[in-house]
Design a protein around this ligand. Structure first.
Ligand code: AMP
Ligand code: MG
Length: 482
């Protein structure tokens, strides 16, 4: 049994709508994340039991659950939408782990809510398996992210453009589901009471050191700026493209949230874009830092009235905080890239050295992940070796290494700890989804999950999972698929 607490349900009534999941026909567990259950102090055996699976499918909730859909608004591709909200996700409640960290337990695909608009509130196998695998891979890569506790088949079909698809639910675990769009929802309505409660809620949950801050709103903004800058720097360092960085998908805790048309790039390309719905290429790889800052400007806007009684002064304070984003991002990004190059101490030209490598990778159409593996595990066939396309860059890098405080062995270890050998490659994701849907066979999903959750393990070098797609296997577009 799970004992939920419900701190979100204690916020002002405007913050959510109470709603229970809609029961499904024949729930069946596809995958339970027993390691995560243990981390959260949950009873994995109970979760896998009939009673547990009934909860994961939304068929029967423990008494302690006060299920609800959260209200939020957002800018979608830059366009203001005053009401979005959880249209296919239902928060069951929160659990508190041994470190006193609070986690939301949410069912995504659990049926209609007052925010569903025209949608069915459901999810299908493809996006569920994708979110499960990619979010768990991100966690294993050390990137702050929502987690997946379970994937559950519903035994029902959902109708999508491509026809009827097998329904499924992902149980999402998050440090918080509060987004920039949550603040926007109340700011747009002039609901100062809910805004104030939300600021206190987020600080208490995510940023407890700010509880006594003189200017809570400003301190919160600064903390979110740092968390988002750090997050996006991490994304850039592994070639992750979120795909829908709308303000409603931008978490104030600085975690990756809402795995839709996201993808890792194979061949390095600065303006790489996968999402089929992003016609203006707004959320292309190289735009991600700029977009994060754009989202933070919107958060700042919501917090202005709480920053200072003098409006002009508020704007000044917020603008100064926003203006520091670039510097903070570059700081985090430089740290990540330096580690990828095995550099221990900072020197002036490090970013240029990294940029140079990326430029060369782009010119030579090299695979992003594999190239860093080759740098971390020297081999005679790599583009860095004598006669290889990147040999000249390699010489400049060696020269820089010679001036570093780290010894060669130390450098290599550092690189091997931060340069993944496997990332969840899109063509393999599409292949296991295809198999799950067409043959009702999820064994490829399980096999790939084992590999992408141990991304730094040397044994994967040269494996299928570490190999870039052949030209005919390349996935050029991803779909929201909801
Ligand atoms: P997303 O693009 O996944 O971040 O979702 C944007 C908005 O659409 C959110 O308010 C979702 O709750 C809503 N939404 C997406 N898919 C569905 C669906 N199948 N049923 C109801 N609402 C949905
Ligand atoms: Mg969303």
């Amino acid at each position: 049994m799970i004992e939920f607490d419900n701190s979100y349900a204690r916020l002002p009534a405007a913050c959510f709508e109470r709603v229970d999941p809609t029961p499904v026909k024949a729930p069946e567990l596809i995958k339970l994340n027993t390691a995560l259950a243990q981390e959260l102090g949950l009873d994995a055996q109970w979760l896998a039991s009939e009673e547990g699976v009934n909860m994961l499918a939304g068929n029967a909730l423990p008494e302690s659950s006060q299920a609800l859909a959260m209200a939020y608004a957002g800018h979608q591709f830059g366009n203001w939408v005053p009401q979005l909200g959880d249209g296919r996700a239902i928060l069951l409640g929160e659990v508190v782990d041994a470190n006193n960290h609070r986690f939301d337990i949410q069912l995504k695909g659990a049926g209609r809510t007052p925010f569903s608009r025209g949608g069915d509130g459901r999810n299908w196998m493809g996006p569920v398996l994708r979110e499960y695998l990619v979010s768990e891979a991100m966690a294993a890569l050390g990137v702050p992210t929502t987690r997946a506790l379970a994937a559950t088949a519903t035994g029902e079909f959902v109708l999508r453009e491509s026809g009827p698809m097998p329904g499924a639910i992902v149980t999402r675990v998050a440090r918080s589901h509060v987004r920039v769009g949550t603040f926007q929802y109340f700011a747009a309505r002039g609901d100062q009471e809910s805004l104030t409660a939300l600021v206190d809620h987020v600080i208490e949950r995510q940023y407890p050191s700010l509880t006594e801050a003189d200017n809570k709103a400003l301190s919160l903004l600064e903390a979110v700026i740092d968390a988002q800058a750090s997050l996006v720097a991490h994304w850039q360092s592994i070639g992750f493209i979120h795909g829908v960085m709308n303000t409603d998908n931008c978490s104030v805790s600085g975690h990756t949230i809402d795995y839709g048309p996201c993808a890792f790039m194979d061949t390095y390309q600065a303006d790489k874009l996968f999402s089929s719905i992003d016609r203006g290429a707004r959320y292309a790889y190289q735009n991600q830092p700029r977009i994060a800052q754009w989202n933070l400007v919107n958060l700042a806007q919501c917090l202005l009235p709480m920053m200072h009684e003098d409006q002009e002064k508020s704007v000044e304070l917020a603008q100064a905080a926003i203006n520091r984003f670039d510097e903070i991002f570059v700081h985090h990004y430089s740290q990540r890239m330096r580690a990828k190059l095995g550099l221990n101490n900072a020197q002036d030209n490090d970013l240029a050295l990294a940029a140079n490598l990326l430029k060369r990778m782009e010119d030579e159409q090299l695979d992003f992940t594999q190239t860093f593996t080759q740098l971390s595990y020297p081999d005679a066939l790599s583009p860095f070796a004598a006669g290889g396309a990147l040999h000249d860059w390699h010489l400049s890098w060696q020269q820089r290494l010679g001036n570093d405080s780290a010894q060669a062995e130390q450098s290599r270890l550092l690189m091997q700890q931060v340069n993944p050998i496997v990332i969840p490659r899109n063509h393999l994701i599409e292949a296991f989804i295809e198999r799950a849907v067409a043959d009702n066979d999820v064994s490829d999903f399980h096999a790939m999950l084992d590999v992408v959750t141990t991304p730094f393990d040397e044994k994967h070098i040269g494996s299928l999972y570490a190999t870039p797609p052949q030209p005919e296997e390349r996935v050029t577009q991803t779909f929201c698929g909801t």
